[in-house]
Design a protein around this ligand. Structure first.
Ligand code: AP5
Length: 216
């Protein structure tokens, strides 16, 4: 199974990708997580990406595409892409890479939620420094404050979850996404769903779509 999740910051791409990866034994590939790791390790890609990420802007395509190509070959059982592609050049590059591997995308699922919900999700988010697990102080709190339930790692607040960066990330999403939706709509791969409700309800909606695809 080869899935792409699209959606604005805070809609729940990472949360749903974790659930999908576990249920279907596929690899969760998040370009945001890859970039944050590159920044933390101070690699060349990380040094180049850091300022864009802090401001909430897109990192240049060549950096992101390079990181993605390094890892995609390892996703033998399938993958769920979270945060990639973000624009048409990235979508074209993805298509070319997958063609080379003989892979067809199963579905592109676009998640949508109201702006007020996105902002509240982003401002309460905490993430594990070690395993990238995602929590929310109100909606999905960890059992012990500041500690990851899964690996015991330290939970932190992302630097781009500040009001100014959130506004920029939402604006970038509004600007870049129509071309992506058109691209995948024309290919008959696009499925749009509401992600306003709980993560489990959204997950059930995604699984229903995948079940229908399997039987059609
Ligand atoms: P990235 O890390 O991809 O951030 P994003 O797209 O802004 O999305 P988020 O990670 O903020 O949100 P999400 O939808 O995954 O929500 P989550 O599941 O965490 O990218 C960060 C930056 O890296 C970009 O700004 C850019 O600079 C760069 N970058 C990354 N990819 C790039 C690319 N391809 N090209 C160029 N630059 C790139 O959920 C949010 C919170 O809500 C959590 O606390 C969660 O617990 C909670 N939650 C989730 N679902 C629900 C629910 N249904 N109900 C209640 N709470 C929920």
């Amino acid at each position: 199974m080869y899935l792409v999740l699209l959606g604005p910051p805070g809609v729940g791409k990472g949360t749903e990708a974790e659930l999908l990866a576990e249920k279907f034994s596929i690899t969760h590939l998040s370009t945001g997580d890859m970039l944050r790791e590159a920044v933390a390790r101070k690699t060349e890609a990380g040094k180049a990406a850091s300022a864009y990420m802090l401001k909430g802007e897109l990192v240049p395509d060549e950096i992101v595409i390079g990181l993605f190509r390094e890892v995609v070959g390892g996703a033998g059982n399938g993958f769920v892409l979270d945060g990639f592609p973000r624009n048409r050049p990235q979508a074209e590059s993805l298509e070319e890479t997958l063609r080379g591997e003989g892979i067809n995308l199963t579905a592109v699922i676009s998640l949508k939620a109201d702006d007020a919900i996105l902002i509240s999700r982003l401002s309460g988010r905490r993430q594990c420094r070690d395993c990238d697990a995602i929590y929310h102080l109100g909606n999905y709190p960890p059992k012990s404050e500041g500690v990851c339930d899964k690996c015991g790692g330290e939970l932190y607040q992302r630097k781009d979850d500040r009001e100014e960066a959130i506004r920029e990330r939402l604006a970038v999403y509004q600007e870049q996404t129509p071309q992506l939706l058109d691209y995948y709509g024309e290919k008959g791969l696009l499925e749009k769903i509401s992600a306003n409700d709980t993560s489990q309800e959204t997950f059930v909606r995604i699984c229903d779509i995948l079940q229908k695809k399997k039987t059609s």
